[in-house]
Ligand binder design. Structure first.
Ligand code: PHE
Length: 357
């Protein structure tokens, strides 16, 4: 019986040391030490022994029991710590903790600028109108006093929409289908609505076949158009000044520089005093990094050409008007005094860039 007890101890210790979870460990404990287990089985022989043998067996049984219980406790803590480690590895989630709030973003720099631009012009009674950014050649060029094949068109590096069977999509009198290279396609479209006077702002996407650090194939423009009786360059100047002072700051100066567009006469480039050097051209004695000579070019403008008014069904003897068209991204960058080495950053969706605005 003493041998049996020793044997039992060896087997129990071996069994406990290889268990990998609490269920197996408990099953092993019951098999060896349970009421109907191996130890109880061995001890049932006790009554048949002599008194001397009983004492020796009893003593041995106590030692074996203590050894097995010690091994059980050791196995238990080994399994517990193995599970704790495993849980930590699985990034255990405490479901009782309050949740993490998702980060709140903000609108894109371009969208912010569009909202600000619209707010300023609406104070002067201009309404936002929406005109297509996929349009006929007629509205993008021909109605704007640029006949087919006219070299002035070269300035707008135009995308034409292809037809699988032909080179490009053609539509009778209205010509080819283009991705609008400027928002000026809105001019005649707005006139054709037949309602006067007009105070329109058309903000939209524009497309040109240019992809460099300084040019995006897609950018935004906003087009202003005012048509009424007796509208003059003075009105253009006043509207321009009003916008610039509110958008760039009260101290900003403006300048009209003669230029040429086919659809306005006279035509101008509109400049503002530099937002970094405040028109000085120098900052602390060194040349301004943003501008050349104190001025920044905002965009084009002019008095609507009589041929354009006619195309829109408006009598140029009775009505006059002005139009302007500026790039949104450019305007937004100028406000921040930003000289972006690479304008493509605007649409790369890099949060490190976007979060700064
Ligand atoms: N459409 C012109 C451009 O893209 C800008 C412009 C608009 C000029 C309206 C005059 C009048 O450059």
């Amino acid at each position: 019986m003493l041998d049996q007890l020793k044997q039992l101890e060896t087997e129990a210790l071996a069994a406990f040391s290889v268990t990998e979870n609490m269920n197996d460990l408990e099953a092993a404990r019951v098999a060896f030490m349970g009421r109907k287990g191996r130890l109880a089985d061995i001890m049932s022989q006790l009554p048949s022994l002599s008194n001397e043998e009983k004492r020796a067996a009893g003593q041995m049984a106590n030692e074996v029991k203590a050894a097995i219980e010690g091994a059980f406790a050791a196995a238990q803590s080994r399994i517990e710590s193995a599970f704790a480690e495993l849980n930590a590895e699985r990034a255990w989630i405490d479901t009782t903790l309050p949740g993490e709030e998702p980060g709140l973003g903000h609108v894109h720099l371009t969208t912010q600028a569009i909202a600000d631009i619209m707010e300023i012009f609406s104070k002067l009674g201009f309404n936002r109108q929406r005109h297509p950014d996929l349009d006929w050649d007629y509205y993008a060029f021909e109605s704007l006093n640029m006949p087919k094949e006219h070299p002035a068109r070269d300035e707008w590096e135009t995308f034409f929409i292809a037809d699988p069977d032909k080179d490009v999509v053609q539509m009778g009198e209205l010509g080819k289908v283009v991705l609008t290279p400027h928002t000026s396609n809105a001019q005649v479209r707005e006139m054709q609505k037949g309602q006067l006077p007009i105070r329109m702002i058309n903000i939209g996407k524009t497309y040109r076949r240019q992809a460099t650090a300084r040019h995006l194939p897609m950018f935004h423009q906003f087009e202003g158009l005012m048509i009424d009786e007796n509208v003059s360059i003075t009105d253009l100047r006043g509207v321009f000044d009003f916008f610039v002072k509110r958008f760039f700051g009260e101290g900003t100066k403006t300048r009209l520089r003669p230029f040429h567009f086919r659809f306005t006469e006279p035509s101008f480039e509109l400049d503002i005093s530099c937002t970094v050097c405040e028109g000085e051209g120098f900052v602390n004695g060194t040349k301004c990094k943003l501008c050349k000579g104190g001025w920044l070019e905002l965009g084009g403008a002019g008095m609507v050409h009589p041929n354009v008014l006619k195309a829109g069904g408006i009598d140029p003897k009775k009505y006059t008007g002005f139009a302007f068209g500026w790039g949104v991204e450019r305007t937004a960058m100028m406000r921040g005094g930003l000289k972006m080495d690479d304008i493509r950053l605007m649409y790369r969706n890099d949060l490190r860039f976007l979060k700064q605005f």
